[in-house]
Structure formats: structure tokens, C-alpha cells
Design a protein around this ligand. Structure first.
Ligand SMILES: CC(C)(COP(=O)(O)OP(=O)(O)OC[C@H]1O[C@@H](n2cnc3c(N)ncnc32)[C@H](O)[C@@H]1OP(=O)(O)O)[C@@H](O)C(=O)NCCC(=O)NCCS
Length: 200
């Protein structure tokens, strides 16, 4: 893809719904980011979260979200409470500089899980990812994601949003205890999304 100034013109539009707001990261998200990154389930499935994870690590994480946007490689939305604006989770689309695919990643604050919020937020981000660039979207043709075989909540989020399992990377995910787990790979094509193909 060629862009006039070398860097893609991604933006992080605020997307309002009754249940959540999607917006860019702010410095005030530090405390909630610390909570997410010290949560047992986050640590179980996101093995790259550094430990210990305090204020410097949270500030680094938020800075990396801004850097990803500035370089054009990643766009991240915070899922925020529509009334308090408190962080409830995040959804990102990465790998934007190499071709017209994108890799989805997501997580939820422990207090916000199990309410269908991430499933719905991922659905809105998918719409934005497939929207043509000249309409303010990310112009993606294809989205992919990976989830550890045992991460049933993550797999459910993918399936509920129409992703198809495409394969298995055997023993590809190193756990903190040194063991390895299979990674399942999923993808979703823009034409499937346009056709409204969602599994039952
Ligand atoms: C994955 C994650 C973001 C899902 O968040 P969530 O708020 O629970 O998501 P939702 O409520 O939108 O949907 C979760 C679905 O998984 C189901 N689910 C949750 N835990 C489950 C489990 N242990 N076994 C089976 N299904 C489960 C829920 O019932 C729900 O299904 P539904 O759509 O039929 O109601 C959250 O668990 C998380 O933050 N995990 C840690 C980080 C992580 O794993 N990120 C993804 C890395 S690939």
C-alpha cells in the first residue's frame, strides 16, 4: 500500500454504543492497565505480559499503543464504560504495515468479563477494520487471530464474530511454567463479513 506521507492515515475514531465506548488509550488508563496485567487469567493466556507489572510497565504499554499508531503498524481501541469512561478492556489490530491483513488481539478487565462486552467490541472493531481507507477505516481484506487451545473464552469471542478455525500451530505457545500449548489459528475474510456470515 502506498500512502502520501509514508505513514498510513489510521485514526482511532470514538465509537459510542449503549454499552461501551471505543476510544484511544489515555494516560489515565494506567491504574486499570495495572489491574488487567496482574490478573490471573490475563497472565495465564498472555505470556508476554512482563512481571512484575507496575506503573512503569503500564506507562510503557500505553506508550507502545501510541507508538503503534504513529508508526502505522497497530491501532488499539480501549473499551470504556460509556458513563465513567473507565477502561473495561482493549482491542487491537496489528500487522497493518505488511499487506492488507491484520491481526486481532483483545483482553478484558477482570471486573468486566462475562458480559458479552468483548464479543460486541470486537464486532465493532471488525467493521472498522474492513471499512475502506477512504471511508476512514483500516481497509483490511482479511483478519486473523490466534488463541491457545485451552482459552475457551477467547475462542468463543472469535467464533461469535464469524471467524473460521484454519489450523493448529502445535506446541507453539510457551506458558509461564515452561510448558507448551497448541495455538489455534482463525481468520475472517471481508466478503464473509459483508455477507453477514455469523455462526449459529
Ligand atoms: C478472552 C476474554 C477477552 C473474553 O472476555 P469476556 O468478557 O469473557 O468475553 P465475552 O463475555 O464477550 O464472551 C466470552 C464467551 O466465552 C464464554 N466463556 C468464558 N469463559 C469460558 C470457559 N472457561 N469455557 C467456555 N466458555 C467460556 C462465555 O460464556 C461467553 O460465551 P457467550 O458469547 O456464549 O456468552 C477474557 O477472558 C480475557 O481477558 N482473557 C485474558 C486475556 C486473553 O485471553 N485474551 C485473548 C488472547 S488470544
Amino acid at each position: 500500500m502506498e500512502f502520501p506521507h509514508g505513514v498510513p492515515p489510521w485514526n482511532v475514531p470514538v465509537i459510542e454504543t449503549d454499552r461501551f465506548r471505543l476510544r484511544a488509550y489515555r494516560d489515565s488508563d494506567v491504574e486499570r492497565t495495572i489491574e488487567v496485567s496482574n490478573d490471573e487469567l490475563s497472565l495465564q493466556w498472555l505470556s508476554k505480559i512482563p512481571q512484575p507489572f507496575g506503573r512503569p510497565e503500564a506507562e510503557r504499554y500505553i506508550a507502545s499503543r501510541h507508538e503503534g499508531l504513529a508508526s502505522g503498524d497497530r491501532v488499539t481501541w480501549v473499551i470504556a464504560d460509556p458513563a465513567s469512561d473507565e477502561l473495561l478492556g482493549d482491542v487491537s489490530v496489528a500487522g497493518l504495515l505488511s499487506g492488507d491483513s491484520g491481526e486481532l488481539g483483545y483482553c478484558a478487565h477482570p471486573a468486566a468479563r462475562g458480559r458479552g462486552l468483548v464479543t460486541a467490541a470486537v464486532g465493532r472493531v471488525i467493521e472498522q477494520a474492513f471499512l475502506p481507507v477512504d471511508q476512514g477505516g483500516l481497509g483490511r481484506r482479511r483478519l486473523e487471530l490466534v488463541a491457545a487451545r485451552g482459552n475457551l473464552a477467547s475462542i468463543k469471542v472469535a467464533q461469535s464474530n464469524g471467524f473460521t478455525q484454519t489450523g493448529v500451530r502445535r506446541a507453539a505457545d510457551r506458558r509461564r511454567d515452561g510448558s507448551y500449548e497448541d495455538l489455534l489459528t482463525f481468520d475472517l475474510l471481508s466478503e464473509e463479513h459483508r455477507a453477514g456470515r455469523l455462526p449459529g
